[in-house]
Ligand binder design. Structure first.
Ligand SMILES: [Mn+2]
Length: 379
C-alpha cells in the first residue's frame, strides 16, 4: 500500500540522509540504537526519504536502512530522489542513461561539485554493476509514500489530503502511477493550449500545431506558467514527494535556478495545514541552529531562489497555524560542499536530525536530536 499504517507509538523520524553514512551512524548512536536497530525503549525508526545522492556513500546508506527494515526496526518512505532512480527516461537505458543531477553515482559516473571544473570531483562510492542497481530499485519500488501512526503522519515533502485520498486505495507502485498521472497532466495541458489558441488566434499567425506553438513560447508566457503548475500540482505522486508550487507574488521578480528563469516557487503548504494530526516531513533544506556563525556555501547560481521558510519560522520552531507541522530536513545534503571547502562537518549549519515522537495518554512528547548529540526542545 502507498499509505502505510503502523501502530508504533515511539517513533524516531530521521530527515533526508542524502548518502551521509557517517552522520547516520553517529545519529543512531546518539539515539541509543544498536547495530540491528534495537532500542532499550523499543522505539522504531522512520526514514522520510531522500536516502541517496550528494553524500559519500549512498550504497552504504541503502545497506544500513535495508538491514534495519529487515530486522523490523525501521520503516522508510520514498522521496523525490528515490523516484528519480525508479523512473528512468524511456528513451534511455542503463547502458546509456540520461543521468539526473545527483544520480551520477548510481550510474557509475563521477559527480562534479562545480560542473565547469573537472577537478572538483565529489568523493563518492560509485555503483558499477547492473546487479547493484537492480537491488536498489527492487528495494525502493514497494516503499510507501506516507506512513500514519497514532496521532501522526509522515511524508517526504507534502501532506495534501486530495493527493493522499487519490492514491490511498491504488494497488500499483508509485513509479507506475507517477507515469500515469504524468500522462494525464500532459493531456490536460494540451487541452488548455488548444482552448487558449481558440480564444487568442492572433498569437498563432503562423498556424502552428498547438504543441509546436507551445514549445516556442517563453517560460514567462501565462500558458507556460499554467502548464508548469499543472505538471507539479496535479500529479498526486509529485505533490507528495516534491511538494506544491505557486505563482510568484505581484512584487516578486522571476529568479534563476538551474540555468532556467523561474516564474513559480515552492508553496509552503504547511502554512495552511489545519488537521489535528502532527505532520512530519523532510525535503525543504531547513537550517540547523548551529553554529552561531554558519558559513554560507550556497553556490552563486542558487542565491536568488526565494526562501522557503519565513523569518518567523526559526530553526527549532513548530510550523503551521496549529503548531503541529515539523520539517526534519536540516540540510545534511550540503555536507559535500563543506568537504569541498575543507570545512569540518556542520560548519555551514548542515545537520542530520531526528524528530523523536512519543505518544502519551493525553497527547505526545516531541523533541529534536541532531547528529552532534544535541537534544533540543521544539518551540
Ligand atoms: Mn527531497
Amino acid at each position: 500500500m502507498l499509505i502505510q499504517s503502523i501502530e508504533h507509538t515511539k517513533l524516531d523520524i530521521i530527515g533526508d540522509v542524502h548518502g551521509e553514512i557517517e552522520a547516520l551512524n553517529t545519529l543512531l548512536k546518539h539515539l541509543n540504537y544498536n547495530e540491528d536497530g534495537e532500542h532499550p525503549e523499543d522505539r522504531v525508526l522512520i526514514f522520510v526519504g531522500d536516502l541517496f545522492d550528494r553524500g559519500t556513500n549512498s550504497w552504504a546508506v541503502y545497506k544500513k536502512v535495508k538491514h534495519l527494515m529487515k530486522k523490523g526496526r525501521a520503516f522508510c518512505i520514498q522521496g523525490n530522489h528515490e523516484l528519480n532512480l525508479l523512473i528512468p527516461d524511456p528513451n534511455f537505458t542503463d547502458d546509456r542513461p540520461k543521468v539526473k543531477a545527483g544520480n551520477e553515482w548510481f550510474h557509475g559516473q563521477v559527480e562534479l561539485v562545480n560542473k565547469d571544473d573537472p577537478s572538483s570531483i565529489q568523493p563518492q562510492y560509485l555503483l558499477h554493476t547492473q546487479q547493484e542497481r537492480d537491488q536498489i530499485r527492487n528495494f525502493l519500488r514497494p516503499l510507501p509514500l506516507a506512513i500514519c501512526a497514532p496521532g501522526i503522519r509522515i511524508v517526504h515533502a507534502c501532506w495534501d489530503n486530495d493527493a493522499i485520498h487519490e492514491i490511498q486505495s491504488k494497488t500499483q507502485t508509485a513509479d507506475i502511477l507517477f507515469s500515469k498521472y504524468e500522462q494525464q497532466c500532459t493531456d490536460r495541458i494540451a487541452t488548455q493550449v488548444r482552448d487558449y489558441l481558440n480564444k487568442n488566434p492572433e498569437e498563432n499567425t503562423e498556424n502552428l500545431t498547438p504543441s509546436t506553438w507551445f514549445k516556442r513560447q517563453s517560460r514567462a508566457h501565462p500558458i507556460r506558467i499554467e502548464a508548469e503548475l499543472i505538471e507539479q500540482n496535479q500529479n498526486p505522486i509529485k505533490v507528495i514527494t516534491s511538494g506544491k508550487e505557486r505563482r510568484l507574488g505581484p512584487h516578486q521578480a522571476p529568479y534563476e535556478a538551474g540555468k532556467k528563469t523561474r516564474y513559480v516557487k515552492r508553496d509552503p503548504w504547511w502554512t495552511n495545514y489545519q488537521d489535528d494530526q502532527v505532520v512530519v516531513f523532510g525535503h525543504y533544506w531547513r537550517k540547523a541552529p548551529y553554529p552561531n556563525d554558519p558559513i554560507d556555501l550556497t553556490p552563486p547560481e542558487k542565491r536568488n531562489i526565494p526562501a522557503t521558510f519565513s523569518p518567523e519560522e526559526g530553526p527549532l520552531q513548530w510550523l503551521g497555524p496549529k503548531k503541529n507541522a515539523m520539517c526534519v530536513d536540516y540540510s545534511v545534503g550540503k555536507r559535500f560542499l563543506e568537504r569541498h571547502h575543507n570545512l569540518s562537518s556542520g560548519k555551514s549549519g548542515s545537520y542530520l536530525a531526528c524528530f523523536r515522537y512519543t505518544k502519551t495518554s493525553d497527547g505526545f512528547d516531541a523533541k529534536l536530536v541532531f547528529d552532534n548529540g544535541n537534544i533540543e526542545t521544539i518551540l
